[in-house]
Design a protein around this ligand. Structure first.
Ligand SMILES: [Zn+2]
Length: 206
């Protein structure tokens, strides 16, 4: 492809056509520093949420503010140091649809083998700042849980959004994406992280 063609291809890329979910009100939220690999809160399964109260709504508002400030597409509660099963997302899928929402107590559906088509793409994480690595994951995911008011939700994703749903649920189960890499790729990701200063405030590891 010539340089001209590359430019044309970029210009012709369609803008997001549809939003699934609601753009959150971030006026009441505050940024919370982000935990990074090595912090124990990222290495243990988070606790089930039982109280759908104002404290939870405040946590969700802060998580959206934090995710946007750090320019992420998803954020799990233990990434702001809270070991509870909550994640937020604002993430495009491969069709240009923008998905926004909250899942409390998420559980991924087991896919039948026919649905398990793997997609190998680059993945990154706000808790491993500056690092990216290719990782194969199913290109389709369904997660079930509740919203911040306790209402049942089912969120279905394809492509990059399916990756996000799996990545965030992994966080709440105590796993980082680098835990799914080969030893060599994990080491490389940690080296990439060590070479960069994060562009947002992080919680220093003890
Ligand atoms: Zn992450």
């Amino acid at each position: 492809m010539s340089e001209q063609q590359v430019e044309t291809a970029v210009l012709e890329e369609p803008a997001p056509v549809r939003v699934v979910g609601e753009v959150p009100d971030t006026s009441k939220g505050v940024f919370r520093p982000i935990t990074v690999v090595g912090n124990p809160v990222l290495q243990h399964p988070c606790e089930t949420v039982t109280a759908f109260d104002e404290e939870l709504s405040a946590l969700v508002a802060d998580m959206f503010v934090t995710m946007y400030a750090a320019e992420g597409v998803g954020l799990a509660a233990n990434q702001v140091g809270v070991g509870r099963r909550v994640f937020v997302y604002d993430c495009p899928d491969d069709e240009g649809v923008r998905h926004i929402g909250v899942v409390v107590n998420p559980v991924l559906d087991e896919l039948d083998p026919a649905q398990r088509t793997l997609d190998e793409s680059a993945e990154g994480c706000l808790s491993v700042p500056g690092a990216y690595a290719d990782l194969a994951r199913p290109e389709y995911a369904v997660v079930r849980g509740q919203d911040q008011f306790g209402k049942e939700v089912v969120v279905e994703g394809t492509g990059f959004f399916a990756r996000c749903l799996q990545h965030e649920t992994d966080h709440l189960n105590g796993y980082l994406y680098i835990d799914r890499l080969s030893k060599r790729d994990r080491k490389d990701a940690l080296r990439q992280m060590a070479e960069l200063t994060p562009r947002y405030e992080v919680v220093p590891n003890a």
